[in-house]
Design a protein around this ligand. Structure first.
Ligand code: NAI
Length: 319
């Protein structure tokens, strides 16, 4: 039995980028089914980000309307700052406000060094990082004015080590720094910024095969059914809801599992005395430096630096 009352989005306006297909489509459908008015953004290109097509965004809008919801299409590319501005203006013009930005649009250009060149990095950062930056920034004045907003960014567990998609992993890593830092500025203004790391079978994983979970695990049909996009969206919707209890966190969702991805520190080794530690000291204490026993997860930079400073204070008083 689920005792939680239905979480709804009546009166809320959501922008979901890259919502014409895959995960973004599932996020948009779920938010709309719970009463949100949704701007379905998608420029409709290939998974490498080439070409454009107004079809995907318009089809998802039609699906939402057919189900009794409210939505409009926006076919701007989030790879340009103007596109992001126009996307947010669409929400305000059509629905009078904006409450939620789900930064989901993404592309993949598989390559590692030396093939992964500056252009590969640039286009990848344009969509994932600058798209998130510019869309959120365009929505920010509206959030600040109304004292309310919800921002979701989309990272990837690929950041843990995806050598053949180097620019992608790089962009996703940058989004974690963006999420955590913007969250600090957001909270006093009634805004929350969190990150989702999804796992689902979508267009990229269906067709590339390279490093995809599907290919690696030789997944059977029953397992593949668990990897559908609608197994991720409940977490996104929860982070987008007014009752969201967290800020600056990374949540993981896929195949019916929902969890937290955190950044932790080992206690490490503290050199005693006044002598400058040597390289050999580091080598000699390598095990202790890396020992996970007693590791800690700071809630933020202030929490971490308070701990760091207390270590300095202890040293000062122990003299
Ligand atoms: P997808 O390719 O099925 O959907 C992405 C959508 O974004 C497409 O409809 C595409 O047209 C749109 N898009 C791409 N560039 C755009 C731009 N410049 N402006 C507007 N729309 C644009 O991919 P999927 O899997 O649904 O990916 C969604 C997000 O989730 C991406 O950020 C991806 O990196 C991330 N992700 C997905 C994982 C998975 O297991 N499917 C794993 C980790 C992260």
């Amino acid at each position: 039995m689920n005792a939680t009352p239905e979480l709804r989005f009546d009166g809320r306006v959501a922008v979901v980028t890259g919502a014409g297909r895959g995960l973004g489509r599932a996020h948009a459908l779920l938010l709309a089914s719970r009463g949100a008015k949704v701007v379905v953004n998608d420029f409709g290109g290939s998974k490498e980000g080439v070409g454009s097509d107004t079809g995907p965004a318009n089809e998802v809008v039609q699906e939402i309307i057919d189900a009794g919801g409210e939505a409009v299409a926006d076919t701007n590319s989030v790879a340009s700052e103007e596109g992001c501005q126009a996307l947010v203006e669409t929400a305000v013009r059509e629905f009078g406000r904006i409450d939620i930005v789900v930064n989901n649009a993404g592309i993949s250009r598989w390559a590692t060094f030396p093939e992964a060149d500056a252009e590969n990095l640039e286009i990848t950062l344009d969509v994932h990082l600058r798209g998130t930056w510019n869309t959120t920034r365009a929505a920010w004045p509206h959030f600040a004015e109304q004292g309310y907003g919800r921002v979701i960014t989309t990272a990837s567990t690929g950041m843990l080590g995806l050598p053949n998609n180097l620019a992608y992993a790089t962009a996703k890593g940058a989004l974690i720094g963006f999420t955590r830092s913007l969250a600090v500025a957001a909270k006093p203004q009634g805004i929350l910024v969190n990150c989702i790391a999804p796992n689902s079978v979508t267009r990229p994983s269906e067709t590339t095969g390279k490093g995809s979970i599907v290919a690696q695990n030789q997944m059977d049909e029953a397992r593949a059914a668990l990897m559908q996009t609608d197994r991720v969206s409940p977490m996104v919707a929860f982070l987008a809801h007014e009752s969201c209890p967290v800020n600056g966190e990374i949540l993981v969702a896929g195949a019916n599992r929902f969890g937290r991805w955190f950044l932790g520190f080992t206690e490490g080794w503290l050199a005693e005395g006044d002598a400058v530690p040597t390289v050999e000291d580091v080598a000699a204490h390598w095990e202790q430096i890396n020992d996970l026993d007693g590791f800690y997860v700071p809630s933020g930079l202030q929490d971490w630096s308070a701990r760091f400073m207390s270590q300095l204070a202890d040293m000062g008083t122990s003299k």
